[in-house]
Design a protein around this ligand. Structure first.
Ligand code: ATP
Ligand code: MG
Ligand code: MG
Length: 584
């Protein structure tokens, strides 16, 4: 290995400190070949967080050296996601910004006799590296070719005089080193794919191994933070900086983050999308960051989750329940409460006059006065959730059944079911109940439980009809779908094809429009509907899905239920259950 020149390093470090003023400089360097996932949230927090904690700066650098895999939509999604998590890059850069400089340094590397052009086939390279049997390794015929020859050949590569695969530039390292990262790594390859930023200017592209450390060096990165799999690249990273005598950042590794019951690999995600097992890269059952965002997961909960885990130095698979606990904690504090019924069952309180009307004033959040109140009408006609009624009663059942009494949340007196109307299929469609306010002199029974309900008082606005409430189960049955012992048939067989449940008749209390108005008053963006989150009492936490159609902002601001309702199509996602043990 080229000896470390201590004196030179001291000079380079001094120059670096002069430029940066000793500031911490980090970078988040995604390859724009896919969407970011929950694991990247750790990388983002590590890099931006470390810089922030030390009053430093962090770059967002697109590592765009592989034009075949890169797409515009990935670039924009990555930036949006970083910003969504609450971080602002000091600067947005691209590895391709440095293609000229990287090329010049490659020429310099050849001149220093530390790189050579090689014409071996992939198979020959593999054999020289010991083959599958991990046999003896040897230099190839090109390893020791004269510098002048490599310079000429490299020029030919650049001029497009070689077909793809016919020539590569390799770093002249040490085939006898025990670390494969020293087996004459490839620095440049010929590729005739146009690049999204440099077009067809180049037909040679630098590799990750060659590019990454040099870009870090150009940007005066003080701490090059990367995941564990790069540990054995650390010496080769230093090797290249030393070989070119450029400033050498310090590399530190941290463990990758995974969560249970999901997969994060791009190739596998693509398979799920292509085989229609999910509805796209942002299907709320996935753990890409766009999917979590769409689902209504608050970025604050994600940041807290990854920060609580700390910068571990081992790869970890964390139980998804831990993430869910953070989401719950956040929403418990921030999401206003509303009453909703997913499967409405009509109730008439026949002993109340048809025009009976009480207006209940309910806080959006008990104990959080600053969130305000909303008005809930109560009268003769209302809906409860079908799951709170049973035709077949039993002594251990405490909700509604024929002859049973239940409390309606926030309502003064309980109700008792006196009769049930069934449809042709024998299912309950209408409950006749008595409002137990003691007006007819009967003793008021004490309810054993309270259920939510939605009023149907036309004078005060009909209940809000929801086009769809989507409830999700885990996409994979097993904690680790990749585990051959747990899932012998392979990860794809572990997909729960029944993990998305639609509710197309759900009703919300009319106070929804008031809640939406309050939200619209405080934000310019009616587009970011995933920020509209609620706790549906007794059901779970929900957020508007991007399939939602909202009325124009001026209509929302009037909070006029009738006109809002006619222009709206509401779609909700369940973000998370109310409690850890409730899955459905
Ligand atoms: P994948 O294999 O999922 O595509 P990657 O490492 O190729 O991941 P990049 O876009 O190159 O993805 O990653 C950008 C940065 O995020 C890198 O520094 C990488 O180490 C880090 N990173 C990627 N996945 C994780 C993870 N699961 N946990 C922590 N950091 C990660
Ligand atoms: Mg990568
Ligand atoms: Mg990658």
């Amino acid at each position: 290995r080229p000896g470390e020149n201590k004196q030179l390093n001291a000079q380079l470090t001094e120059a670096h400190l002069k430029t940066t003023g000793g500031q911490v400089v980090t970078r988040f360097p995604p390859e724009p070949n896919g969407f970011l996932h929950i694991g990247h949230a750790k990388a983002i927090n590590v890099n931006f967080g470390y810089a922030e904690a030390h009053k430093g700066i962090c770059y967002l650098r697109y590592d765009d050296t592989n034009p075949e895999a890169e797409e515009e939509r990935y670039f924009s999604s990555i930036l949006e996601t970083v910003q969504w998590l609450g971080f602002s890059p000091y600067k947005i850069t691209y590895s391709s910004d440095y293609f000229d400089r990287l090329y010049e340094l490659a020429v310099e590397l050849i001149k220093r006799d530390k790189a050579y052009v090689c014409h071996c086939t992939a198979e020959e390279i593999k054999q020289h590296r010991g083959g599958d049997e991990k046999g003896p390794r040897s230099d190839c015929a090109h390893h020791n070719r004269p510098v002048a020859e490599s310079l000429e050949e490299f020029q030919k590569m650049k001029d497009g005089r070689y077909a793809e695969g016919a020539a590569i530039l390799r770093m002249k390292m040490n085939m006898q080193d025990g670390n494969p990262q020293f087996w004459d790594l490839v620095a440049y390859r010929v590729l005739y794919t146009p690049h999204h930023r440099t077009g067809s200017k180049w037909c040679i592209y630098p590799t990750y191994d060659y590019t990454h450390c040099l870009c870090d060096s150009f940007e005066n990165i003080s701490h090059s933070l990367c995941t564990l799999e790069f540990r054995q690249s650390r010496p080769s990273y230093y090797w290249l900086c030393d070989a070119l005598e450029v400033y050498k950042p310090v590399q530190w590794e941290y463990g990758r983050l995974n969560v249970t019951n999901t997969i994060l690999s791009k190739r596998k995600l693509l398979k799920l999308v292509n085989e229609d097992l999910v509805r796209g890269w942002d299907d709320p059952r996935l753990y890409t960051l766009p999917a979590l965002r769409r689902r209504g997961v608050p970025p604050q909960a994600i940041n807290k989750f990854v920060r609580e885990l700390g910068i571990t130095t081992s790869n970890t698979t964390i139980e998804v329940e831990r993430l869910e606990n953070h989401i719950r904690t956040y929403l418990d504090e921030h999401a206003p409460r509303l009453m909703a019924v997913l499967k409405p069952l009509r109730v008439t309180l026949t002993n109340l006059p048809e025009d009976h009307l009480e207006m209940l004033t309910l806080p959006y959040k008990p104990r959080v006065a600053s969130m305000g109140d909303h008005q809930v009408p109560f009268g003769q006609s209302l809906y409860i959730d079908a799951s709170d009624f049973r035709l077949q009663d039993s002594p251990d059942y405490f909700r509604l059944a024929r002859g049973k009494t239940v409390g309606l949340l926030h309502v003064k007196h309980p109700i008792t079911c006196t009769d049930v109307k069934l449809n042709d299929a024998g299912e309950p469609v209408h409950l006749i109940c008595r409002y137990e306010d003691g007006r007819d002199g009967q003793p008021v029974p004490k309810p054993k439980s309270y259920i939510q309900w939605v009023a149907d008082c036309h004078a005060q606005g009909s209940p809000v009809q929801v086009k769809d409430v989507r409830v999700y189960d885990r996409l994979f049955h097993h904690a680790n779908p990749m585990d051959k012992a747990e899932v012998p048939e392979g990860w794809l067989s572990d997909v729960d094809s029944n993990s998305l449940h639609h509710n197309s008749h759900a009703l919300l209390e009319v106070g929804f429009w008031d809640a939406l108005r309050r939200w619209a008053e405080h934000t310019n963006a009616l587009q970011c509907v995933e920020n509209v989150r609620f706790q549906f009492v007794r059901i779970g936490y929900f957020a508007l899905d991007k399939d939602t159609v909202l009325p124009p902002k001026d209509v929302v601001l009037q909070a006029e239920p009738a006109s809002s309702a006619s222009a709206a199509q509401l779609v909700f996602n369940r973000v998370v259950t109310l409690r850890e043990d409730v899955r459905k």
